[in-house]
Design a binder for this molecule. Sequence first.
Ligand code: SF4
Length: 336
Amino acid sequence: MARHLQIPQTIRELLEQGAHVLVNVSGGKDSDAMLKLLWDAYTLHGWRGDFRVVTCDLQRNEWDFSLPHIQKFVSETTGKQVEVIRREQGDLVDQWWTRYRTLQQEGRADRVPPWSSASARFCTKAQKEAQVNKFIVKHYPQDALILSCIGIRADESPARKHKQVVQAYTQSPTAPTKNRHVNRWLPIHEFSLSDVWSTLGWTLERLEALRSEVKANIQPGDREGLYALLKTWNYHANPVYALGNDRCSCRLCVLANQNDLRNGILWNPDHYRDLVELELTSGFSFQQGRWLAEMQPDLLSDEQRQRWTQLRQTAPQASVKIATKPISPVQLTLPW
Ligand code: SF4
């Protein structure tokens, strides 16, 4: 049975005072489920504040399924248009290359990886958090109560388990100023995976059956065939889960497991080659101890394969080359 939304008393009071609801969606199952439940509650209770839905387009790092899915899902669920925001200074591919060049100029490129990682989540900070903060400041310059709703769950990781369900932002640029108060709310923090899928009208068993059929019948890259099959199953979540992905994130995420990385590579070979280029240039693997170049070398160009062979020979320690000291310039604990 689908689980109901628990609304903490503090949140209920804020909503009754006219707090605006800002729903952060990513195209993933968790934010879909959160949006559905929040919209149901908003229409049921008749809260006076705005209800806005925002997404950060990760551009070259985004699965091509995601933005169309978000636009359709938001419009069908709420009748509203999602507001799409992007980092103007460049996407994450740009950000990693810029970091590499900066490290080179500082003489640290042989010691510090250009990639983000679990302990250096500058990607999330720049591509998502900073962009949402700018959106809040622009659209609510003063005299506003805002609930920034994020669909993260305790089950996902130990770090997420310890996040507070309600937290006031106290740091710039969304600190209380000009009578603007922003609170982060994690409405589905206690939900299990099964709760999320049942909110979307699916069971885990049915999802597994769909995945088996996709695996048996759809070749990587066959988007038309995939969409046609999903239609027969009346499946409306992001297609990446039907491919077998555990998470819907960047096409190739620095935190992804091997399964999600493999799907990302097979369905996005151009992007794969782009990222391998930075591995080969910097001499640092995409994840600590895991080289993209090693995962699917048949998809690399001849030149990239040659360089990869050379890199392995000339730098036998390459696969364990890691930063030996904290990575600057940013190490952050983020509200994501
Ligand atoms: S999905 Fe992964 S690579 Fe992309 S911004 Fe988030 S942590 Fe970074």
